[in-house]
Design a protein around this ligand. Structure first.
Ligand code: GLV
Ligand code: MN
Ligand code: MN
Length: 435
């Protein structure tokens, strides 16, 4: 193939690569990775750095090497699969994560990594050499369910100072993230370790939407303009353990009664904020621990997590202030109430030049398939792209999620839409790598 350095030549190359994406090859590769942690109900349980995740990482390394990629890792165990370019310039990066929630689906994260490898396969099949290298990444611990916070790999890549703090994170079984990470690095001792960060020309993450917007509009491809703000809190309520049958209600120091009262105030917040005309505030009280967790002992200690999200950071300021005020007020009925914010991100806005590049790619793929033109939308979930946006021009592509369901074994996307997403990714990555 002849290379000229004009946008129309780049578009022609990108179109050729897009046309070499193979639906059957992509489907087979998604099915193969889903076997690591595959469940009888069709879901996947592959939490970060478990033995199952380590086996999946090894599988990805083998798949990438079979495609001719150079494999590397870094101090946070992120895996990079590199297809060299004609010039040794900063690469175009794509990919996502291979870890799942305790009960997740086949596509959250895995799709972005495997579609990235499918782009490499398409480039190989088309015989195209790009100017820049292309790297496919599988980030460590995006989910944050085993070790908090989420998106550890991508955030440590862009700001390695974070890693020392992450290493002390402990999972519910008492395992340190740092120890689990060292075991993973030992298991991939044959893989060279590169510094964090490294310059990247651009980053594109392809992901399932995990919400209902694209499906409702019957649109197969979404150009993601940004990611809503998120804050995570841990609320600890202390009381006094006592006998459930003998202790009069009036004299109890019941940690659960305090936690429930705070929770009720929080749940009342979202509709109040919506009524005041704010963007939709989303609240989730997802993890509870109760001690001693006995049917006939008044709880002496209750802790719960709060996940708050909104496009509008000011709404999260109001919600955080209300949470803190409720904790102070209800502390009077308890031995102590503390609230700790352990993760926060302001909203992410992807740059217009990246959105335009993605839109061109999605438009061509949608036109070829006779489907509706791409639409622009924001992401309700956070993603590794949120941190890469601090490092290089970044954006995301979404495909629909059936019923808007994710973080659930029933998570699903139509195979033709998974194929279209990979085609859009191939065009975007190839075009960016020609520049
Ligand atoms: C990532 O999975 C999130 O919680 O948004
Ligand atoms: Mn994900
Ligand atoms: Mn997820």
């Amino acid at each position: 193939m002849n290379f000229t350095d004009s946008p129309s030549a780049h578009a022609e190359i990108a179109g050729t690569v897009q046309d070499h994406v193979d639906a059957a090859r992509l489907a087979a590769s998604l099915a193969a990775l889903a076997r690591f942690g595959g469940r009888d109900d069709g879901g996947v349980s592959r939490e970060t750095l478990t033995d199952i995740d380590l086996a999946a990482r090894r599988h990805l390394i083998e798949q990438a090497r079979a495609l001719g990629c150079e494999v590397s890792t870094d101090d946070c165990g992120n895996l990079f699969f590199r297809r060299p370019g004609r010039e040794d310039l900063p690469p175009v990066l794509t990919g996502s994560h291979a870890d799942t929630q305790p009960v997740g689906g086949k596509y959250d994260g895995a799709y972005g990594v495997l579609a990235g490898l499918e782009v490499i396969a398409a480039l190989n099949a088309a015989g195209v050499e790009t100017r820049r290298p292309i790297e496919v990444v599988s980030w460590t611990n995006e989910e944050g369910s085993r070790f908090g916070p989420g998106a550890m790999g991508s955030s440590a890549f862009v700001d390695p100072g974070r890693l020392a703090i992450y290493r002390d994170a402990v999972d519910p079984a008492g395992v340190r993230f740092g120890d689990a990470l060292d075991a993973a690095l030992t298991a991939s001792a044959d893989v060279p370790r590169l510094p964090m960060p490294r310059p990247m020309a651009a980053c594109v993450e392809l992901h399932i939407e995990q919400g209902p917007v694209l499906e409702a509009a019957n649109v197969p491809l979404g150009v993601v303009t940004g990611i809503q703000a998120v804050r995570w809190f841990r609320v600890d309520c202390a009381g006094t353990m006592a006998h459930a049958g003998t202790t009069p209600m009036a004299v109890r120091r019941d940690a659960m009664a305090v936690a429930v009262a705070i929770a009720q105030e929080l749940y009342a917040l979202a509709p109040r904020d919506a009524a005041a005309g704010s963007n939709e505030l989303r609240l989730t009280l997802g993890r509870w621990t109760v001690a001693p967790n006995s049917v006939n002992t008044i709880p002496g200690h209750v802790s719960f997590t709060v996940d708050m999200r909104c496009l509008d950071d000011a709404a999260l300021d109001r919600a955080e202030a209300a949470l803190r005020a409720a904790c102070v007020r209800h502390a009077q009925a308890s031995d102590a109430v503390t609230v700790e914010r352990f993760f926060h991100r302001t909203p992410t806005h992807f740059p217009g030049t990246m959105l335009d590049a993605i839109e061109r790619a999605c438009t061509r793929a949608s036109e070829q398939a006779g489907r509706a033109m791409p639409m622009r939308l924001t992401s309700g979930a956070f993603h590794d792209a949120m941190y890469l946006a601090d490092h290089c021009p970044t954006a995301m592509i979404f495909v629909p999620s059936k019923g808007g369901i994710s973080h659930n074994a029933a998570e699903d996307t139509d195979a033709t839409e998974l194929f279209l997403g990979a085609k859009a990714l191939a065009y975007t990555v190839a075009e960016l790598a020609c520049r």
